[in-house]
Design a protein around this ligand. Structure first.
Ligand code: NAD
Length: 391
């Protein structure tokens, strides 16, 4: 029997907002989820107006407080099954806590919060209530990211010695915040963005990618947070040299002044047997370099077991819903994969069944907290001129 679609409540995402749009498409991707309600703007009148003008009929609320209160009073099946938080960073903690307290699962944008204390509080609340919580590290949703994780963690490249994980953009190379770009205005403001602009915004993606693919953690960091555009209080260029939990080393770096770079998130892993290269702007491909052998580029959909490098491939990886090779998957598919995995856990939660939030399918609240701890350590190291800071 067909299952009823899950109802999603948006927090943030009114006219001109960015990341709500890929999310709302991804929510509808499989036909098993839909957006049913929203608190789209901090101004109550505008919030209702924008809900009325939304692309399809939804229930508008004047605020997320009102939405959480009214929706949680409805019976299951009529109320929202989870909230999606797509507000600026300083408006993640409060709605997330209120949703948890009302028993509503949370899909929250990164970076998790603006302070480590807030992240600690969220971790405790999620564990105390045992409620599904996803942090939206989009790029974990690419099939090739999951494939990279399998290759590295199954030991096919030997022990990891060195990782270069980066995210390069050029859109803040001049004062976009003075040119009416709303996404720039709050990102350069410490009250709304947190202690780091570039590091918090995209350095956390580079860190999460390293942790997800290698299964290693960063244990110590030397950092330089730099500001190239005059008049900014926060970094627009972020470089960290890191110790890894297996004794290896890494660069985790990000830039928003790298002119010409668009969304150049990538990773190179050097192991004792070979290397792996992946870039999100070419998300259908993954390259393996082995000494004395021709370079191998794998394309999503054309990966076969026991090809002379790969052994057997995990059933759950090969069973991931995709489209035939050559019909490209990209950004929206990655978002949809995260929402699809989260949906499974929300349904299990509602049915009182156990679910598996071990971080293998999407970033957990602990992963989100790790990102904030990394930023706090990097800010401290940079303030000391780049000395080692453990965390
Ligand atoms: N996962 C990714 O790849 C990715 C990409 C971009 C942005 N993000 C994250 O998503 C979040 C939003 O970023 P964006 O670029 O879409 O920002 P944006 O400025 O485009 O949109 C933010 C929206 O939140 C609304 N808002 C602010 N305060 C609110 C409140 N109290 N109640 C209701 N709505 C409120 C604004 O009106 C706006 O509609 C940020 O945390 C950012 O770091 C993630």
């Amino acid at each position: 029997m067909a299952q009823r679609p899950l109802n999603v409540g948006l927090i943030g995402g009114g006219a001109g907002a960015f990341i709500v749009q890929p999310h709302q498409r991804a929510i509808f991707f499989d036909g098993t989820r839909r957006v049913s309600a929203a608190a789209l703007h901090p101004d109550p009148k505008i919030a209702l107006e924008e809900a009325k003008n939304w692309l399809y009929p939804i229930k508008g609320y004047t605020s997320y407080d009102e939405m959480i209160k009214e929706e949680s009073a409805k019976p299951l099946g009529e109320r929202i099954d989870y909230v999606l938080i797509v507000t600026p960073n300083h408006v993640h903690f409060d709605p997330a806590m209120k949703a948890i307290q009302a028993g509503i699962p949370v899909f929250c944008e990164k970076p998790l919060t603006v302070t480590l204390e807030q992240s600690d509080t969220l971790v405790k609340a999620v564990r105390d209530t045992n409620i599904p919580f996803c942090v939206s590290h989009t790029y974990l949703g690419h099939w090739t990211t999951r494939f990279a994780r399998f290759i590295v963690q199954s030991g096919l490249l030997g022990d990891v010695r060195w990782v270069d994980s980066y995210y390069l953009q050029g859109w803040l190379a001049d004062r976009a915040e003075d040119q009416g770009v709303i996404q720039a205005e709050w990102r350069v403001d410490p009250k709304q963005a947190g202690a780091s602009c570039c590091g918090g915004d995209i350095g956390t993606h580079a860190l999460m990618h390293l942790r997800y693919i290698t299964g290693l953690d960063v244990t110590s960091v030397q950092a330089h947070l730099e500001t190239f555009v005059e008049g900014r209080q926060l970094d627009d260029h972020f470089t960290t040299y890191c110790k890894l939990s297996n004794g290896g080393k890494a660069l985790v770096r990000a830039s928003q002044i790298a002119l010409g770079h668009k969304n150049d998130l990538g990773i190179e892993v050097n192991g004792t047997k070979g290397s792996l290269l992946w870039r999100q702007e070419f998300p259908e491909e993954l390259t393996i370099l082995l000494p004395g052998q021709p370079d191998r580029t794998y394309f999503r959909g054309s990966v076969a077991p026991n090809d002379g490098f790969l052994g057997d491939l995990p059933e759950e990886l090969m069973a991931e819903p995709t489209i035939p090779p050559g019909h490209p998957e990209a950004f929206h598919d990655a978002f949809a994969r995260l929402h699809r995995c989260f949906e499974t856990d929300v349904r299990a939660y509602e049915e009182g069944k156990p679910w598996n939030d071990d971080g293998s399918r999407y970033a957990t609240v602990e992963d989100g907290r790790r990102g904030i701890a990394f930023i706090a350590a990097a800010v401290e190291s940079s303030a000391q001129g780049g000395g080692w800071v453990d965390f």
